[in-house]
Design a protein around this ligand. Structure first.
Ligand code: SAH
Ligand code: F3S
Length: 439
């Protein structure tokens, strides 16, 4: 029996891609191992969005190569593999193969060639590739990521993703609905639809509104999530589908990047501050109680103190439930590299510190206000620390509660009893029936 070890960095789509790679290799008789010592093939699925992510992978490669016995194969796959291609083979002599996000069906062949001593890179884009025939190997039986769109056609000036994931393409609605139907039959009750601009989904016939309705109608699917949407792709049709599809959860991750219209323009985002705020209002009207999180970049080239102040004031104005904050990272080959006035590192560090402080303060204020309210939660598993169980509300808040392991995978009503400012403790009230329409 051959064993495959795979380590995944970056976004949820990478998690989903790793499940596809396990599927590709599963068909060849490989089984997964969580121990690199016993692996015959070691893969690192990488992220290229920021330099920091790439440096971490390079550091980790230095460690992983120690597990490589004669005959073993070490591969780098994913966005950093796509970006650096054959250069990675030069840079890390122990690496045998390099494959970008569209090349995973070639894994068995490149592994075989590596065993013959040939080191190879495949970084060709395949604009048709959806791995439709590959059965993903998932390890979470309750909740599944389902990629519905690959690539990105938007051209945000800071972003490497269009260069690493290639042109945007959507799976056929019937294929997605079929996959979700099979997941539901085996007990999965929550799905998260994935795409770089997921709500721009269009399969030539159906848009994202159709997709939400089709997936939401699958018997057994109680929670439907999606990430990440693009602000201006919330058409009235999509908003209406969200409002009228009970499974769609009251949580949206809505990347804003900056609160300054001047910066947004230079990022080539397709909205200004006012438009973003309008989208937030439309979401709040369509989905009462919707929780919102966002992505924010500080220190984009040319960002002034006044621009940054506008980001702070937008965070206040929208009052996000959470925000992922990043210091701008120069990505070779992207348009922003050529913009003048790069912000010094110390200033980025100071700004991100101020931003995080504000984000936490607002989240804390909102979360304290939720203590005492009742929610439906899905019990996901044991808590990371201690003996409690970890559960999640439809609004994506994490709540820890006491209960038996048998509760894992069930839906329960709980009362939130306390908060650290970001996560909650909860008191279980009652179990909820397996799958009527959510309340
Ligand atoms: N549309 C994608 C975005 C992928 S990148 C999605 O599905 O979310 C994820 C986030 O990384 C972006 O929203 C942005 O905030 C951040 N990011 C992208 N490029 C960056 C860069 N060069 N420097 C810093 N942060 C970046
Ligand atoms: Fe990147 Fe903008 Fe696409 S952030 S993934 S280019 S929408």
């Amino acid at each position: 029996m051959r064993r495959i070890y795979i380590e995944t960095y970056g976004c949820q789509m990478n998690v989903s891609d790793s499940e596809l790679m396990l599927g590709v290799l599963g068909r060849e008789g490989y089984v997964r191992t969580d121990d690199p010592v016993e692996a015959d093939v070691l893969l690192v699925n990488t992220c290229a969005v920021r330099d920091h992510a790439e440096q971490r992978v390079l550091g980790r490669m230095g460690e992983l190569k120690r597990y490589k016995r004669p005959g073993d194969v070490l591969g780098v796959v994913g966005c950093m593999a796509q970006r650096l291609g054959p250069k990675l083979l030069e840079r890390v002599p122990q690496v045998d193969l390099v494959i970008g996000p569209d090349g995973y069906r070639g894994l068995p062949e490149l592994i075989a060639r590596a065993r013959e001593g040939e080191r190879a890179a495949d970084v060709a884009f395949q604009g048709w590739e959806h791995y439709e025939d590959v059965p993903p190997v998932r390890d979470n039986p309750i909740s599944a990521f389902v990629t519905v769109q690959r690539g990105c056609d938007y051209r945000c000036t800071f972003c490497v993703v269009p260069m690493t994931r290639g042109p945007e393409r959507s799976r056929k609605l019937a294929d997605v609905a079929g996959e979700v139907g099979r997941l539901a039959e085996t007990g999965t009750t929550e799905v998260t639809l994935l795409g770089q601009t997921v709500n721009s989904y269009h399969d030539g016939e159906h848009d994202f509104a159709d997709l939400l309705r089709a997936v939401g109608a699958v018997d057994g699917i109680r929670r439907l999530r999606f990430t990440s949407p693009y602000p201006t792709d919330f058409t009235p049709r999509v908003l209406d589908a969200m409002a009228t599809t009970p499974a769609v959860c009251e949580y949206v991750h809505l990347p804003v990047q900056s609160g300054s219209s001047r910066t947004l323009r230079r990022m080539l985002r397709r909205y200004d501050r006012e438009r973003y705020v309008d989208v937030v209002a439309a979401l709040r009207a369509a989905v009462p109680g919707v929780a919102l999180s966002t992505d924010i970049i500080v220190g984009f080239p040319g960002e002034t103190e006044a621009d940054f102040q506008e980001t702070l004031s937008l965070v206040e104005q929208v009052a996000f439930d959470d925000a992922y904050t990043f210091k701008y990272s120069v990505r070779e080959g992207t348009p922003a590299v050529r913009i003048k006035d790069h912000v010094p590192e110390e200033l980025k560090t100071a700004r991100i510190g101020r931003l995080i402080e504000l984000v936490r303060r607002i989240a804390r204020r909102k979360n304290i206000g939720l203590v005492g309210t009742t929610h439906e939660v899905l019990v996901e598993g044991p808590a990371k620390r201690g003996a409690l169980l970890q559960a999640r509300t439809r609004t994506n808040k994490i709540a820890l509660l006491e209960g038996p392991a048998a509760w894992i995978g069930t839906y329960r009503r709980v009362r939130l009893t306390g908060t650290t400012g970001s996560t909650f403790t909860a008191w279980p009230i009652e179990e909820l029936a397996a799958c009527p329409s959510p309340t």
